[in-house]
Design a protein around this ligand. Sequence first.
Ligand code: IPD
Length: 288
Amino acid sequence: ADINLQEIHDVLISIAKQAGEMITSAHPTTGAAGSKKNSVDLVTETDRAVETFISTTLRSKYPTYQFMGEETYQPGDTLASAPTFIVDPIDGTTNFVHSYPYVSISLGFSLDLVPTIGIVYNPFTSTLYSAIRGQGAYLNQTHKLPLKQPTPFTDGLSECLVAVEWGSDRSGNDFRVKSDVFRKLAATKESGGGMVHGLRSFGSAALNLCGVAEGGLDVYWEAGCWAWDVCAGWVVLKEAGGIMVDANPGNWEPRIEERRYLAVRAGEGQKRIVEEFWGLVEGRFEVG
Ligand code: IPD
């Protein structure tokens, strides 16, 4: 049957707005949060309630489509080429628990394993990013992304504002690879670093990707996040002219489930930024 992408896009926006009301009217405290794999991997009752609302609504409207959500994912679940909703009810749970207002509902839709629709909504700032593959990306459904004509990367990585995240893996090989790159990004060129303008973290992978799509952030690099953190933002990024490659050097075509990502905004020279970034990565991430 024909798939009406515009209709799904509109339904997802309406769900995101309703989920947003559930999130802004909840009052989480650090004490009310439980944790999953370790003490920094937080989950709240609101994450679960919002995912239940989203999955119930989508399953009743689209009973034949697949659903993958952060709170109901089981190890071993994999994406299929069937139409699939890929959902994070609260991306930025740590921010939510601390009342740091960078939280998003990340609603993605994939077809043949390609991110095809992306809705990312921050209910605290009423900021909505949306995109359908091949049809452009928008802020609040009115402003086309990127927000301004992208400037070329004339001086390379050293002129970039770079988003990174610690994530929740805080030991072992991957933690070391990350820490080393953070230091190298900041370090002077004389000491082998990239001397970037600055490092930033929204605390939400989806908002980082949308920040790169918008053009305020130039680059976002992370390993350890999941398909539901990135599927929606990926569509917004690509439709805004950005590119998404592997956080490990060498792979220009990552899968949705890669769990390692490097995003670069639109602009002449973006491939050179990837090469330069990869040149700073010592070792390789094992995740993914
Ligand atoms: C997390 C956020 C965070 C990123 C982690 C994600 P969650 O998602 O996107 O920015 O660093 O890798 O797991 O747990 O808040 O949904």
